[in-house]
Design a protein around this ligand. Sequence first.
Ligand SMILES: [Zn+2]
Length: 60
Amino acid sequence: MPIGTCPDCEADVHVDPDVDKGEVVSCEECGIDLEVVGLDPVELDMVEEDLDDDDDDDEF
Ligand SMILES: [Zn+2]
């Protein structure tokens, strides 16, 4: 299973073997969303959440 590194906490993040670039995974360690920006090796980048999204923070 491919493993990337969280750019925030540097934990190992397990990624689906058939994941595609642009997919978003979550860091198991700190919980932030990470976008897959590279596949060989797996590279992860933090997703900026200030974009217009359907999912407003109504969970609070
Ligand atoms: Zn992390």
